[in-house]
Design a protein around this ligand. Structure first.
Ligand code: GLY
Ligand code: MN
Ligand code: MN
Length: 477
């Protein structure tokens, strides 16, 4: 059964924070099997959530975004909280803010320790005044334990309050915990997949909503409003990233966020938008004709990009090398642009000379999770090869990871003109044919895919069949 069809059932349970803590602890033990003297590693993991911060010159809090490492090990969305995990006993303790009588009249009662324990998957909940004594008792073990027993605290660089200095610990490690959490986050637990399935389900319906209104509006901002309105009405208040609502040639700007231009007399709308549910992201792009009718050129480019996406998705399963999938997308793009006459010459030479990068300048996709561009992809932005420089995932894909597949073909003058000025590159591009395509702007199609042992599971249900999209736009679906 797909993650999409079962997510409501899974989400009745608790976010599996203890399972995540155990995995992170195992990763740390794999790097530090003992204290260096054969005795079992004594260590504590320490994390803080985001602190409440007021807006400048204002008495209201800044928009809050929970720290992802803290959420991963607690499932707790509260600000001003702390977490301690003792590796020896496997005990997790969450520390939450106490009741502040002054603020109850403004903000209501905060979550109590009893309510927190019922809600989140930790062993004990205390109030923040207990953080220092708890750390002191765990760190002091080495001085009272005798022998060579040492205790190490693992924490996150830049995410520890100035007042927390861990005086009772022999060793402080501020690097490995981040690495451990970043790596563990790549393979999602079933609960995480269910959260992403819900974010995808709502976002896919919001895409459909925009599709059914695109021919009736006069400005991009009305469509952004529809997308956000749909998500909020389903209880998803936050977006995973700023929506890209780009009409006409603006679609060639990869991260266009103005979203305020008139849509009349433009060919296509590129909508890249995804909501977040309980800190987990959807990241979906669709491109469609604003008028409800494809132009010849738009449809031709759409068909190439759809072929790039469908063929790349079919390649996916555990262990596939992402470089290979990305390379395949370029080969499909080259075949398609050669057939249209935008490119000319030998296809092997076009690939070798990296000419398709002028039209598909970004990577095929990225890991998705709590962050839109999620952790653990090991990109190499210094790669001398322009084909792979912007690929956000390098290496093979494990089962349980979630990756976006988002090929595109763009007509961006800023990127293509330099190719036209260099005779070694210009010889592969037919400028007269290219002239007909500038108004297409850009086409991108983006789905969110779970990698499985035998293949994949697609979380995204927003329509992408070119005829089906027309029916929705024209109200005949
Ligand atoms: N929405 C940003 C991206 O697709 O990477
Ligand atoms: Mn993406
Ligand atoms: Mn996107």
């Amino acid at each position: 059964m797909s993650a999409l069809s079962t997510y409501e059932q899974v989400l009745k349970g608790k976010y599996p924070a203890k399972e995540h803590a155990k995995r992170v602890a195992e990763y740390i033990r794999s790097k530090f099997p003992d204290n260096g003297d054969g005795s079992a590693l004594r260590a504590v993991l320490y994390l803080e959530s985001r602190a409440t911060k007021l807006l400048e010159d204002n008495d209201e809090a800044e928009p809050f975004r929970q720290r992802r490492p803290f959420y991963y090990l607690t499932g707790c969305p509260l600000a001003d909280s702390h977490f301690v995990y003792d590796l020896a006993s496997g005990k997790s303790t969450l520390f939450i803010p106490p009741i502040d009588p002054e603020s109850v009249i403004w903000s209501g009662l905060p979550v109590s320790a009893e309510e927190a324990l019922a809600q989140w998957d930790v062993d004990e909940v205390k109030y923040v005044a207990d953080v220092a004594p708890t750390l002191a008792s765990l760190g002091a073990v080495s001085t009272t334990g005798g022998g060579n027993a040492k205790t190490t605290v693992f924490a996150m660089e830049g995410q520890v309050s100035a007042s927390t200095t861990f005086p009772e610990f022999d060793t402080k490690n501020f690097t490995l915990l981040k690495e451990a959490i970043d790596e563990c986050r790549v393979i999602k637990s079933g609960y995480e997949l269910a959260l992403m399935a819900k974010a995808n389900d709502v976002s896919s319906a919001a895409h459909r909503d925009v599709l059914s209104h695109v021919s009736k509006v006069s400005n991009e901002q009305e469509l952004e409003g529809r997308f956000l309105g749909h998500c909020i009405s389903k209880g998803l208040k936050n977006q995973a990233y700023h929506s890209i609502v780009a009409s006409g040639r603006a679609a060639a700007t990869l991260h266009y966020v103005d979203n305020n231009k008139p849509v009349s007399n433009k060919l296509n709308l590129l909508l890249d938008a995804g909501a977040e549910y309980s800190c987990y992201a959807a990241d979906i792009t669709r491109t469609f004709p604003i008028s409800g009718k494809w132009s010849t050129e738009s449809r031709a480019i759409y068909d190439i990009v759809l072929r790039m996406q469908l063929e790349c998705i079919e390649m996916l399963k555990e262990g596939v090398l992402w470089d290979d999938v990305h390379l395949h997308a370029h080969k499909v793009a080259i075949d398609g642009l050669l057939a249209l006459g935008v490119l000319k010459g030998d296809k092997e030479a076009i690939l070798r000379d990296r000419i398709s990068v002028a039209f598909f300048p970004h990577g095929l996709g990225h890991y998705l999770g709590m962050d839109t561009h999620d952790t653990g992809g090991h990109p190499n932005y210094a790669d001398k090869d322009t084909l792979f420089r912007y690929l956000r995932v390098r290496g093979t894909l494990p089962a349980g990871s979630v990756i976006t597949v988002e090929p595109g073909v763009y007509f961006c003058e800023f990127i293509i003109r330099p190719f036209l000025k260099n005779p070694e590159q210009a010889k592969y591009i037919d400028e007269a044919v290219l002239e007909k395509y500038w108004d297409v702007g850009g086409v991108r199609i983006e789905d969110n895919i779970i990698i499985t042992k035998s293949g994949y599971d697609n979380l995204t249900t927003a329509p992408k069949d070119p005829e089906e999209m027309l029916k929705i736009i024209n109200g005949s679906a």
